[in-house]
Design a protein around this ligand. Structure first.
Ligand code: XCC
Ligand code: SF4
Length: 623
């Protein structure tokens, strides 16, 4: 195997498909990354500003050139503002996704969304009661209508705090109140972040960063949490199910459809269509043995969690999956969809279709999905994918899939423990399990694909630390076999014993990136059961290969919620030692947790283990 390919990804399917891509003269994300090198040092350090047109400006990190932008902003202000705007964009993305689910719920309530329905009525009632909506004497649709309205209010202008903040432990809420960072409206915090970073508004790097935490919290305990809860209500709360991962999930003799993006609003309707009898018959009439739906990225995770749909790959696999020549159609919604995909698909017979009014891509047909036409549109697209099956050229599916178990919602995890977190707390207390870590986030061509996720997860489970993961991290560890039914044997003796007894893997798939809120809810359940704050727990977060603005927002709400979080790639903040120090040290006294940056996953594992042991000592637990 060519060393270049092995240097780009640890995955066998990735390496073989990189070879295929080169043979087919397909340019990939890694080629374009190399073409960009060396990347701009000012931007890498966060020292360039183009917020206004007196600029663009840049600050000389060596102190010889300019130390102020045209307006007078120094390095601290410029770095802080840039980071703040990343967080605002990330929070906006997740929260807008959440809003789309509210709209579906509302249309379901009004009988205008054929194909969608309430699939978890019990959860609907539970969440409604958190919003102060009683279910007495009301049918599900009435409750849904009122819940949709109440959630919309969470997005708007108002003075009180977001409804779901009440899920956080009391001590945590006091921290936020004292700092004045309890988020109000979801959109409000993002709008205020953009306002404060306009030229001539907030020019104090500390108060800017505090608002960034509030903005991130409005995502974690607001927009993303609403997205997850409504997805469960509309599509079912995940339960463990067996699935398969990597490019080997594509089937040579079946129609292969890939869904890519984030919102289950589209992918669930495609799944429904793929399972319909008449379309299966149509596929058979074209000589296909079936219709094989698989996912990439987070909309794939949504389907995997709820229906055991197979997963073809994570972020850096999205181009490569097309080079198999086996994909008859790729249907995308939004976020993390590389604008290069249409060009890659043009080398094969693959049809590319975009579906969201807010996300269009070169080289893709646009077929807009709305709640009232989605079921119908999905059927039309699946039919066209079937018709495209006969246009296939040569097909190359170089690996066998790996089996994996997914579907670990908080409800499932607590259910497996007998309804309360107590067994988990007992295991933590006795030291059978040392702690728990959430590994989240993306791939990034700066880091060998999956190396960060897999190495970190391996070291943690070997040392009796339970891992929960989401997003592209969850796909990485699944490809590496950590979610296979026999994966418990990869864990240390304590964790292995517990996983074997419960019949679960040592790395639990908790869902897509909006589902990181499931980790917040689980951490809150543990903290509440112990009568303590999240920041006292022997837990940590990590994003070993993150790339996106959404990931910065996630990291920030983890830290603001009291979870020590280790980033792999360095965010663009090194131009201000003040900002770096606040994020990596100062926040300890503010929110009881900090960021740390460690691109080497072996070192990250050590740092996390040290942190967990320190928290154990703090709680008086045995060494
Ligand atoms: Fe995107 Fe969610 Fe990152 Fe993967 S992990 S690259 S954000 S798909 Ni969300
Ligand atoms: Fe330059 Fe200030 Fe304008 Fe930024 S806001 S581009 S630093 S003048």
């Amino acid at each position: 195997m060519n060393d270049t390919y092995a240097g780009r990804t640890i995955t066998r399917d990735g390496q073989l498909l990189l070879e295929k891509a080169e043979k087919d003269r397909v340019e990939t994300v890694w080629d374009r990354f190399e073409n960009q090198l060396p990347q701009c040092g000012y931007c890498e350090m966060g020292l360039s500003c183009r917020i206004c047109v007196m600029g663009p400006c840049r600050i000389d990190p060596f102190g010889e050139g300019p130390q102020k932008g045209v307006c007078g902003a120094d390095a601290d202000i410029i770095v802080a503002r840039n980071l703040c705007r990343m967080i605002a964009a990330g929070a906006a993305s997740h929260s807008d996704h959440g809003r789309d689910l509210i709209e579906v719920l509302d249309e379901v309530a009004k009988g205008k969304a054929a194909g969608y329905r309430i699939r978890d009525a019990e959860k609907l009632k539970r969440v409604a009661s958190e919003y102060g909506i009683s279910s007495d004497g009301k049918d599900d649709l009435k409750i849904a209508e009122q819940l949709a309205y109440a959630m919309q209010e969470d997005f708007g202008t108002r003075k009180k705090a977001l409804t779901l903040l009440r899920r956080a432990p009391a001590k945590r809420r006091q921290v936020w109140d004292k700092l004045g960072i309890a988020p109000r409206g979801i959109d409000r915090e993002t709008a205020e972040m953009m306002h404060r970073t306009h030229m001539g508004v907030d020019n104090n790097w500390q108060s800017l960063l505090l608002q960034a935490l509030r903005n991130a919290l409005s995502d974690g305990w607001g927009g993303s949490m609403i997205a997850t809860e409504l997805s469960d209500i509309l599509f079912g709360t995940p339960k463990p199910a067996t699935t398969a991962v990597n490019v080997g999930v594509l089937k040579k003799d079946q129609v292969n459809i890939i869904v890519h993006g984030h919102n289950p609003v589209v992918s669930e309707m495609v799944l429904l269509a793929c399972r319909s009898e008449d379309l299966l018959q149509l596929a058979a009439s074209k000589g296909a043995a079936g219709i094989n739906l698989a996912g990439v990225c987070c909309t794939g995770n949504e389907l995997l969690m709820r229906s055991g749909v197979a997963m073809a790959g994570n972020h850096l696999t999205t181009e490569l999956v097309l080079t198999t020549g086996a994909v008859d159609m790729m249907i995308v919604d939004y976020q993390c969809i590389m604008p290069s995909l249409g060009t890659v698909a043009a080398c094969y017979h693959t049809r590319m279709v975009s579906t969201s009014d807010k996300a269009r891509f070169p080289g893709m047909e646009h077929r807009e999905f709305h709640p009232d036409n989605a079921a119908e549109e999905a059927r039309a697209l699946v039919k066209e994918a079937i018709e495209n099956f006969t246009n296939r050229g040569e097909v190359y599916i170089p690996v066998e899939p790996v089996n994996a178990v997914g579907g670990f919602s908080v409800e499932t995890i607590l259910g497996a423990l007998g309804g309360t977190p107590q067994p988990l707390i007992d295991a933590l207390k006795s030291g059978t399990i040392r702690g728990a870590v959430g590994i989240v986030g993306c791939n990034n061509p700066r880091i060998r694909q999956d190396f960060g996720h897999v190495t970190l997860a391996k070291r943690l489970i070997e040392n009796d630390i339970l891992v929960v993961d989401t997003g592209c991290a969850a796909v990485a560890t699944a490809k590496a076999g950590f979610k296979a039914s026999d994966a418990a044997q990869m864990a240390g003796p304590g964790l292995r014993g517990i996983c074997s007894a419960l019949g679960i893997p040592p790395v639990l798939h908790m869902g897509s990136c909006v589902d990181n809120v499931r980790i917040l809810v689980l951490a809150s359940a543990l903290a509440n059961a112990l009568g303590t704050d999240i920041s006292d727990l022997p837990i940590a977060g990590a994003a070993p290969e993150w790339y996106s603005e959404k990931a910065v927002a996630i990291g920030a709400y983890f830290v603001a919620s009291g979870v020590y979080t280790v980033l792999g790639p360095m965010p663009p903040v090194t131009g201000s030692m003040n900002v770096v120090k606040l994020l990596t040290e100062g926040l300890q006294d503010v929110v009881g947790a900090t960021f740390s940056v460690e691109p080497d996953p072996e070192k990250a594992a050590l740092a996390i283990r040290r942190h967990i042991e320190e928290k154990r000592r703090g709680l008086g637990l045995p060494a």
